[in-house]
Ligand binder design. Structure first.
Ligand code: SF4
Length: 226
């Protein structure tokens, strides 16, 4: 039986790296931190039906995967789904994942979407040589697993806590807490500084988890204070 082809609709790009094997295609629209308005859903469903997409899936990173696609349909679908595709921020982070926050969850203590937008728009002097994922949770239940992301942020009554250097991959690492009781603007400033230090000090292609193992939280804090 022929292997199923895959089209993933994610945040800002489409990947045809596996085009030659004809098995796996990726398109990446950014749908507002995993939120779909009913109108968005109806429009996406129209495209799904038009191209007869055989299966769909919500991914672990809150994105929508359209599975089993024919290669020739991919570019056309990408064009039609353009309104849902976030413009790429030059030298930005890979993605920001956020929980529904105080507007939509009864446990929420902060506005995770508003903070997400600010972080999503961050732009750095150079592109990152490895993925940088950010997760935001609006309470200490940490539904988006912020301790396992490069930058993890969660809210409590006293403000945001920021952790840095987490990873949930094959060699997992819990992020180090860098600061607590922060406002939105303080989080943005701190994240900018942490990621700039990471860019300047990390070995090429090293993820933040490996960088923090080598560099250490105390040295990071010293540099942050300079
Ligand atoms: S982290 Fe808290 S606020 Fe966010 S979805 Fe989970 S329970 Fe709700």
């Amino acid at each position: 039986m022929r292997a199923p082809r895959t089209l993933l609709f994610f945040a800002f790009d489409y990947d045809m790296s596996d085009e030659t094997s004809n098995k796996n295609f990726t398109v990446i629209p950014g749908l507002n931190m995993g939120m779909f308005s009913p109108k968005d859903l109806a429009a996406i469903l129209e495209v799904i039906n038009k191209y007869d997409v055989p299966a769909t899936k919500i991914t672990g990173a809150q994105r929508l995967a359209l599975l089993g696609m024919e290669q020739e349909d991919m570019k056309a679908m990408h064009k039609e789904l353009k309104p849902f595709i976030r413009d790429t921020v030059p030298n930005g982070v890979t993605y920001v994942q956020a929980c529904p926050g105080k507007d939509w969850c009864r446990y929420g203590m902060a506005d995770s979407f508003s903070l997400s937008k600010k972080l999503e728009n961050l732009s750095f002097a150079e592109p990152f040589t490895a993925k940088v994922k950010i997760a935001i949770s609006a309470c200490r239940m940490c539904c988006t697993e912020p301790y396992l992301r490069d930058v993890g942020i969660f809210a409590s009554k006293s403000g945001w806590t920021v952790a840095f250097g987490g990873n949930g991959g094959g060699r997992p690492r819990i992020g180090d807490v860098v600061a607590k009781r922060l406002s939105d603007d303080e989080v943005v400033e701190l994240v900018k500084k942490c990621l700039t230090i990471y860019q300047n000090e990390a070995r090429p292609t090293s993820r933040t988890a490996r960088f923090m193992e080598r560099f250490g939280i105390e040295d990071l804090k010293k540099l942050l204070l300079e």
